[in-house]
Design a protein around this ligand. Structure first.
Ligand SMILES: [Zn+2]
Length: 326
């Protein structure tokens, strides 16, 4: 799983806080009832005394016999419920309070096999962490395969789109597949949309995904690299960058080109390849522009280890805007 130890700790700490809060709430309720219904307090005291006596008898190993007095516990419990209801409270008012009854605010549920499994409430928090760290604000929740529209392109353009959708779906379904994807082609043909579809799919399966526009990725790397005080930050940033299950670099080619960018791009591809982690790149450049812009070794890395998906056709966003004009 892809949560970092500190994120896991933060979730577990949250459960601790919830349990503390619920315990305090429970104690306050009990105090209130003791105050309002003095008999209730007496019954609790009687239960305590009886339980102590039972334990003592058991420890003394007295033979249970017919002279053992009737067990008063069920009667006392029933009386307590009645008292609560007569005072206008629900019968379970003083039962332990759980925000998530399924896991009793522990984050884990015990299976019949004896193994522990993450509770739904844990998985929900995990998902929101994964989304938060994924930097995916630029990618929409509506980027989903079921929302693919083929209506804006025809002929060869549509065939290419269908092929790219098929490859993207297979990528998401077989992940972690160790494959890399390059979406290239003209503006508005669905490259970022397909990256978004894959990202949403994988995040929901619990994989760690991070998204960068090329501009922000190389700017961030440059800022940390050229700041003498940011060595540790740079180290941690790169460690994460190389270790995410999936890294998406959108709009490669829109950054300001320098030898720094080229060498960082090569390191990114190389380090992730060595770890067999997937990378998706989208670009408006065609293959020869890619080769001319970056070094040969970058281009040969991309052409050898990336599945190339070419997308062509009209600019869908422009078409949608034009269609929206009444
Ligand atoms: Zn739960």
């Amino acid at each position: 799983m892809s949560l970092s130890p500190s994120q896991h700790q933060a979730i577990m700490r949250g459960y601790e806080i919830t349990r503390d809060q619920n315990r305090i709430l429970s104690e306050e309720r009990r105090e209130r009832i003791y105050h309002e219904i003095p008999e209730f307090k007496d019954l609790d005291a009687a239960l305590g005394t009886y339980a102590t006596r039972r334990v003592r008898l058991l420890l003394e190993d007295s033979p249970s016999s017919s002279e053992e007095p009737e067990n008063p516990i069920p009667r006392i419990i029933q009386r307590k419920k009645t008292l609560l209801q007569e005072a206008g409270y629900p019968a379970d008012y003083l039962e332990p309070i759980y925000t998530c009854p399924a896991c009793k605010d522990t984050g884990y549920v015990l299976l019949e096999s004896g193994l522990r499994e993450k509770c739904q409430c844990f998985k929900k928090q995990e998902l929101s962490y994964l989304y938060e760290q994924s930097n995916l604000q630029g990618i929409l929740h509506s980027d989903r395969f079921e929302n693919v529209s083929y209506g804006y392109c025809q002929g060869e353009d549509q065939e290419r789109l269908r092929g790219a959708v098929r490859i993207s779906k297979e990528f998401a379904e077989t992940f972690p597949c160790g494959k890399n994807l390059l979406f290239y082609g003209t503006v508005g043909t669905g490259k970022s949309f397909l990256s978004g579809c894959i990202a949403n799919c994988l995040l929901e399966k619990g994989f760690s995904v991070v998204y960068f526009s090329a501009v922000s990725l190389f700017e961030t790397l440059a800022r940390y690299s050229f700041d003498g005080n940011a060595k540790e930050t740079l180290y941690n940033f790169c460690k994460d960058l190389y270790n995410y299950d999936l890294v998406i670099v959108d709009d490669l080619g829109t950054e300001v080109l320098s030898s720094f960018v080229t060498s960082q791009l090569f390191s990114l591809l190389n380090e992730r390849e060595m770890r067999r982690h997937s990378t998706i790149i989208s670009t408006n450049l065609n293959l020869s522009e890619l080769r001319d812009r970056y070094s040969d070794r970058v281009f040969s890395r991309v052409s050898k280890s990336f599945v190339l998906c070419k997308l062509t056709g009209p600019d869908v966003r422009m078409c949608q805007k034009l269609n929206a004009i009444p």
